[in-house]
Design a protein around this ligand. Structure first.
Ligand SMILES: NC(=O)c1ccc[n+]([C@@H]2O[C@H](COP(=O)([O-])OP(=O)(O)OC[C@H]3O[C@@H](n4cnc5c(N)ncnc54)[C@H](OP(=O)(O)O)[C@@H]3O)[C@@H](O)[C@H]2O)c1
Length: 318
């Protein structure tokens, strides 16, 4: 697996990282057992992937624990803890306290079967939640770091509700964060200007989510999102092949070609360190790891993508 230095953490990580959330949650999202999900983690490590991203709310930390058993030293573990109380609106202000956040980490460590995580994130922070996080939760994170339970601190945006990266644009003015996770894909490349310009300047490690998601892995979902975007005046319908909207990027290819192009689009973006791929299927993981390590897309096709989608900042592709 090709590796990259994850910004100021100086961790050497594979360019393709295993995402244990999303719609698939290592297969738990469609009924797989925890043991089978653990097998996906093991297969990823066998393929040379050393970056694993999970979260307390995904329900996949136990599977990660199974998959890394006896191999903890081979992997970089990134996990996230919720900033709001269970059952309350994730967009609201029923926040967890610093003490609750810290005890959440103890639970995560138990499920993961390890005594430390490499990166601990605040999970899915909205712009109006950020100041609470800095005042109340950051001190708890720093204490966990002092105790050796966490190596680096990060935060992730809630891309579906904040596709314009308002939270990260604000957070990256501060020096607290070693790593951030942002949504980025061919349909909404706005992180280029608003996030990567800052992470590059500050040498912050950058993880990419939503590279493919549903819109770029299910042809009917892509066609319907494109029609919506045309209807909303976001993109020019006259420039699009409505039956095969991204065929030009994927070499006129089938769905597998679109998925391949979508991962390569992210991988070669300056400032994008680890492209996360979320799946419950080892065959998909193998294909995606190969795509993420393949060469850049055709410059003329990229220029066309930029003309059509370059200004879009209001969709996630969920
Ligand atoms: N705010 C946050 O903190 C946040 C939010 C979202 C995501 N994340 C992180 O980012 C990671 C990546 O996001 P994601 O899981 O949505 O991943 P993704 O790689 O963008 O998309 C995964 C989806 O595409 C499908 N897929 C993948 N490879 C395929 C292939 N070769 N052929 C056909 N379908 C394929 C998967 O279904 P199959 O299972 O059928 O392959 C799954 O539904 C998450 O797992 C999570 O770790 C974080």
């Amino acid at each position: 697996m090709e590796t990259v230095t994850l910004g100021r953490t100086e961790l050497e990580v594979g360019v393709a990282g295993l995402g244990c959330g999303g719609h698939s949650r290592l297969g738990l999202g469609y009924g797989a057992s925890t043991e089978a999900a653990g097998d996906v983690v093991r297969a990823a490590i066998d393929m040379g992937m050393n970056f694993i991203d999970t979260a307390a709310v995904y329900g996949t930390e136990e599977a990660v624990g199974l998959g890394i058993r006896g191999r903890r030293d081979e992997v970089v573990i990134s996990t996230k803890l919720p900033i709001v109380q269970p059952g309350s609106s994730v967009l609201g202000d029923h926040f967890v306290s610093g003490a609750e956040y810290a005890s959440g980490l103890e639970e995560s460590l138990r499920r993961l079967g390890t005594d430390h995580v490499d990166i601990l994130h605040l999970h899915g922070v909205m712009p109006d939640q950020y100041s609470y996080c800095v005042v109340e939760l950051l001190p708890a994170m720093l204490r966990l770091q002092e105790q050796g339970k966490v190596r680096f601190l990060g935060l992730t945006e809630r891309f579906i509700y904040d596709p314009q990266h308002r939270m990260l644009t604000r957070a990256l003015q501060d020096r607290h964060w070693d790593v951030v996770m942002t949504g980025f894909n061919v349909l909404n490349p706005s992180a280029r200007e608003r996030v990567f310009s800052l992470t590059l300047e500050k040498n912050v490690g950058t993880l990419i989510m939503f590279a493919v998601r549903r819109a770029l892995s299910v042809p009917a979902a892509l066609r319907s999102l494109i029609e919506e975007m045309v209807g909303d005046g976001l993109i020019d319908g006259a420039r699009i092949d409505h039956d095969d909207p991204l065929g030009f990027l994927a070499g006129g290819g089938d769905n597998a070609g679109v998925i391949d192009a979508a991962y390569r689009f992210c991988r070669h973006e300056p400032g994008a360190h680890v492209v996360l791929t979320g799946t419950g299927k080892v065959a998909h993981l193998r294909q995606n790891a190969a795509s993420i390590q393949a060469g850049p897309l055709d410059p003329a096709a990229l220029a066309r993508a930029q003309e059509i989608f370059g200004h879009v900042d209001s969709v996630s592709g969920n």
